[in-house]
Ligand binder design. Structure first.
Ligand code: URA
Length: 205
């Protein structure tokens, strides 16, 4: 059955409209210039994501900080330097993983992204995850874990544990910023990273 819509376009109602599969090109174009929330007004750069677009492992942080906003790349400030070291400990680097954030624009004064900001932005990340199709997702900190694992996620109790997130193995670890503030948490994170490393190695068995 065909319907003539207000704009004169004839739509075939019996068939789902054909949608070609998503692509990085389309996603980047759709996301560029996003103004879906207030953070778009104050950003210097939208911080899309970086790394291996076919990675087995994806790291998901909270949102860009000052340096990320200025440079347009995730985790390039002090927390990012520590993340690089954390990855190196288990044989990873930015060519082997994909890195993105819950929100793509910097929240003012590095506050937590608000629920409506997260809701406005999360669709971009869902599309990135679908395109990367990682086997393992590592959430950096409580905010990212709450958005994907469960709203009442307790980072102090549940870091380093495996969860299922839409059929993918998922773990949260302390955010590198938390490890900079409280180096006493680093030994626990070392254990978590080793757990992650074993799982990555098992992918190739
Ligand atoms: N903190 C985050 O959560 N993400 C970044 O990109 C930088 C700092």
């Amino acid at each position: 059955m065909d319907w003539i819509l207000e704009n004169g376009i004839i739509e075939d109602m019996d068939n789902e409209p054909e949608r070609s599969p998503d692509s990085w090109e389309r996603l980047r174009a759709d996301c560029a210039g996003c103004m879906s929330c207030e953070l778009g007004k104050t950003r210097t750069n939208l911080v899309f994501g970086v790394g291996n677009e076919r990675a087995d492992v994806m790291f998901i942080g909270e949102g860009p900080g000052e340096q990320e906003d200025l440079q347009g790349e995730p985790f390039v400030g002090p927390a990012g330097k520590l993340l690089d070291i954390m990855m190196e400990i288990i044989g990873l680097d930015r060519t082997k993983v994909y890195i993105a954030n819950i929100v793509k624009c910097r929240p003012p004064r590095n506050r937590d992204p608000l629920p409506d900001e997260q809701a406005a932005c999360i669709g971009w990340l869902h599309r990135q995850i679908a395109l990367v199709d990682p086997k393992i997702i590592v959430f950096l900190g409580r905010i990212a874990a709450m958005a994907f694992i469960k709203p009442d996620f307790r980072i102090t109790r549940e870091h380093g544990q495996w969860f299922d997130v839409n059929g993918r193995k998922a773990m949260a670890i302390y955010h590198p910023s938390a490890l900079l503030r409280d180096p006493g948490k680093r030994p626990e994170t070392f254990v978590d990273l080793k757990t992650l490393q074993r799982e990555i190695n098992a992918l190739h068995d």
